[in-house]
Design a protein around this ligand. Structure first.
Ligand code: SF4
Length: 570
């Protein structure tokens, strides 16, 4: 989509990008085509939306989509990953990537409609400053109940660095977000409010070897169902099963990373959440896209039994719960709903409100005050604009020293002093602090894929390195990252996943190929960040993690700087 004489759409062959998908596609395009020193909101930046390699096929769990750009939050490369229906529908339409580029000449807002006949770019200023929920309702009346939408709320239009991009789920609600790094602000800077995808009359993508693919898919699904986390824990309690587990491990960042345990944890745990959902006629266990068999999502109704939000995920429950001292599930669910509506990253906003509470803007535990602060963001008041710029800016404006960010992106829900492996990932990831980039909680806490003492520095570099490589590849395939529990523990499930990829593409894929792809993606990203000015000093945690001991284990982050510099030395 260009901007000369009004926005235009054009279709291009994939060329050197053929065969890539998801994060492999987004990071290759951004590293190759975007000048690393450009302004993230300027015309030289690009926003790339790429379904995974297997998206649009009948492969289980293959509906993840990657959104890439130069991040306005970190200043480095960004890949933000989401579920929802977008990946499947876009892939069936035959587009391996949608690329928004250039910059509109005025402040006209556009919607983009894509179906089997091609692409239309339509000016529609009636959508201005709509929240995601109202926006999707309007789109449904216009385009029907079957389309998938990719959209921004008010935060993206205001180009806030905490702004997300929403993907509609199976019920056409804007609940699945490419949350991190301010990708919504980049979409806003391109003047696009919503991309509407209609795959009517488009068939599923077919594998090269149908029999082999079907057999591998069957073994893969059996593997997911037999693993205790993917087969039982996640469907029953969602990702919020982790609240009790991480609190028990003394690693639940509480009151803006002051302690590792939260007294009110019983009210916001996955167990408590599921009980509330069931008692109010909500739904426990559902997928965010067709073909999900793990089903970590669900429906959370309000006290009157009306839909409020999806099953709020662990990261969000932590961010708006323990981190802000809030132990009321309805308040946390409301904050989640508001984030989704305004189009905001829940991790960034929870961390930001935690910093604001430490600055004295509200008291820890005051749920009503947290809701009011978030509403300021949606309205775009001067205070809201500061908060919508994330934890780093908020800490700077209000003079707070304890600001939990790396590369200006907020830390997620595991304190790196009690889970030192995830600290290595936070520090060194190309994305800024990001738990999904190399989820060392597996071996550190969950006993998945081996066991490494979470409180000691030994073994953490190798653990994080291997996980960062594997994750980059999984993010390229379109598989939901939660398959990692089963493929790390069960060799037959890992082999079945490789079998699906091989049968689909027609090219056998070995374990070495899997590793090589991850390294290639990380090389693209490291190269972009180096050219954007990042050096070893950016691969560090904030100083307070090394000087303030975290109760209850009273530990500091002990991994040495020179060891952090070895993570990508392969
Ligand atoms: S496991 Fe959860 S996040 Fe993954 S695809 Fe299913 S519902 Fe979506």
């Amino acid at each position: 989509m260009g901007s000369e004489g009004g926005p235009q759409a054009s279709e291009e062959p994939l060329g050197d990008y053929a065969g890539l998908g998801g994060r492999g596609m987004t990071s290759a395009i951004i590293a190759t085509e975007v000048p690393p020193l450009c302004h993230p909101l300027g015309e030289e930046n690009k926003l790339v939306v790429a379904p995974g390699m297997l998206s649009g096929s009948h492969a289980a769990q293959s509906g993840r989509v990657s959104v890439g750009c130069k991040s306005p939050l970190t200043g480095g490369i960004k890949e933000a990953n989401a579920g929802g229906q977008g990946a499947q529908v876009q892939a069936r339409l035959g587009y391996a990537a949608i690329v928004l580029e250039g910059k509109p000449k005025d402040d006209t807002l556009y919607k983009v409609f894509i179906n089997k006949d091609g692409v239309e770019i339509i000016p529609d200023n009636s959508l201005k400053m709509m929240g995601n929920y109202d926006l999707i309702d309007k789109i449904k009346t216009e385009y029907g109940e079957k389309v998938a939408c990719i959209s921004i709320g008010q935060a993206g239009e205001m180009k806030m660095t905490a702004a997300s991009i929403a993907f509609t789920d199976m019920e056409q609600r804007p609940t699945r977000h490419a949350g991190r790094g301010g990708v919504g602000a980049v979409m806003g800077s391109k003047g696009v409010k919503v991309i509407v995808l209609d795959d009517s009359e488009m068939p599923a993508r077919l594998p090269k070897d149908a029999e082999k693919f079907k057999a591998a898919n069957k073994t893969f699904v059996q593997g997911l169902k037999k693993h205790p986390i993917t087969g039982e824990g996640l469907p029953a309690y969602g990702t919020n099963i982790l609240t009790n587990v991480i609190n028990e491990a003394g690693a639940l960042p509480t009151h803006n990373f002051q302690t590792g345990r939260f007294d009110g944890v019983g009210n916001i745990s996955g167990e408590a959440q599921s009980e509330i959902m069931t008692s109010r006629g909500g739904k426990v266990a559902k997928g965010c896209h067709k073909g999900c068999v793990i089903q970590c999502s669900g429906i959370y109704n309000d006290k009157d039994g009306n839909y409020l939000t999806k099953r709020t995920e662990y990261e969000t429950v932590w961010a708006h719960g323990g981190n802000c001292g809030i132990d009321d599930m309805d308040t946390v669910a409301m904050l989640d709903r508001l984030d989704d509506d305004f189009g905001l990253d829940t991790i960034e906003m929870g961390a930001t409100i935690g910093v604001a509470m430490e600055a004295g803007l509200a008291k820890f535990g005051d749920g009503e005050a947290a809701i009011n602060l978030l509403k300021e963001v949606g309205k775009g008041t001067p205070l809201g604009r500061i908060l919508g710029s994330g934890a780093a800016v908020t800490g700077q404006v209000f003079g707070v020293e304890r600001v939990p960010v790396v590369k200006r992106q907020a830390l997620p829900a595991y304190d790196p002093r009690s889970v030192q492996g995830i600290g290595v990932t936070y520090a060194t990831s190309t994305m800024g602090a990001d738990h999904t980039a190399g989820y060392a909680v597996t071996a550190n806490v969950l006993g998945v894929g081996g066991s490494v003492d979470p409180l000691k520095p030994e073994g953490q570099i190798e653990l994080s390195r291997n996980l960062q490589i594997a994750t980059a590849t999984i993010d390229a395939t379109g598989f939901c990252l939660f398959i990692a529990f089963a493929i790390l523990d069960q060799e037959d499930t890992f082999n079945a996943m490789l079998g699906m990829l091989g049968a689909f593409t027609g090219q056998e894929l070995t374990g070495d190929d899997f590793v090589a792809l991850g390294k290639k993606i990380l090389d693209y990203e490291r190269d972009f960040n180096a050219r954007a000015g990042f050096t070893a000093k950016d691969d560090r945690l904030p100083g307070f993690f090394k000087t303030e001991a975290l109760p209850p284990h009273n530990v500091t982050f002990e991994v040495k700087d020179e060891d952090l510099d070895q993570v990508f030395n392969w």
